[in-house]
Design a protein around this ligand. Sequence first.
Ligand SMILES: [Zn+2]
Ligand SMILES: [Zn+2]
Length: 396
Amino acid sequence: MSSKDWIEKDYYAVLGVAKTAPADEIKKAYRKLARESHPDHNPGDSKAEERFKAVSEAYAVLGDDAKRREYDEMRSLFGSGAFRRGARQAGQPGGGVPFDVSDLFGGAPAGGGRFAGGGISDLFSSFFSGGAGGGGTTGGAPGPARGRDVETEVVLDFHDAVRGVTLPLTLRAPGVCDTCHGNGAKPGTQPRTCQVCHGAGVTTRNQGAFSFSEPCRNCQGVGTVVDEKCPECQGTGGVTKTRTLNVRFPAGVGDGQRIRLAGRGEPGERGGPAGDLFVHVKVRPDEIFGRSGDDLTLTVPITFAEAVLGTDLRVPTLDGAVTLRVPAGTPSGRILRARGKGVSRRDGQVGDLLVTLEVVVPARVSDEARAALETFVAQTPPAAREHLDARVRRFD
Ligand SMILES: [Zn+2]
Ligand SMILES: [Zn+2]
């Protein structure tokens, strides 16, 4: 018995029991079927003989706890046709789009999405059990499924981030090709069953005592082959769909912030609600202004004389200019505040413009300036450094 048999044969169906049936129920079903189809009771009936063999084969696996577990695992990996689902059923709700890892990871962390809430192993078990398409392989029709969350990034101009802006965002997401409805075949043609794997999507390779199942190379695990490719999607059945949304970025949005737009993600399936759109905001730095929360920051160079004598400074704001009074005797590094010239907040409050004064020292001065400075020094007490001198004397 090869793993290919396990993949292809549904032993539960052969015995007419549910996948979840307890061992004694399986035993009972087997006994009944074996009795009915036993060659002794059906002499010369080849169909009954085949049936008896199939029933025995099924019970040999399902009647043994360890084998049954192994069988279930293998079936959940391959037997549900996980490799086939994507392409074959892409046109139907629940079929899903071709598997795309980047898409998967993009959608995962936002929470509430199709794959959200689980780790990698959850993601993959959900994929292999056929959950990737949103539909189960057993039971009735799948219920409504919430649309996937979508994440995207946008880079805002500094000014736009401070004042708020509405921008069109173009989102790209994989979708089903409208021309071929996902089967990849040119309109008017049909995909045909793969002759290598006979539609199973998997092939079995024997190597010594072992046999390996792998996705069919002829049809890439799809189970069908397209002779004339759909011109729209080049036979893949999937296309990248773009949609454009106008997104309002509130005034004061900051670099690294994430904005959630409820219901603006991918549409739900079978009546389920749409997912959310998460926009990661990056803010391009400005050449002169910085930001500290709701305050704008600006550094303004002044001369030593301006700091000593005082002056009026004309400084730019984000969309205008203001005059700031620098009082006589202002130390280097002092911060002046222009009220209400910062970032507006949603609650109506507005931050300030914080202006840092920085005394600049000329690298060279004229002879006249030097002479004037020497006169200045003669008229001025030295800087207060006694507290440092005490320490220095310890080493002199
Ligand atoms: Zn094939
Ligand atoms: Zn197509």
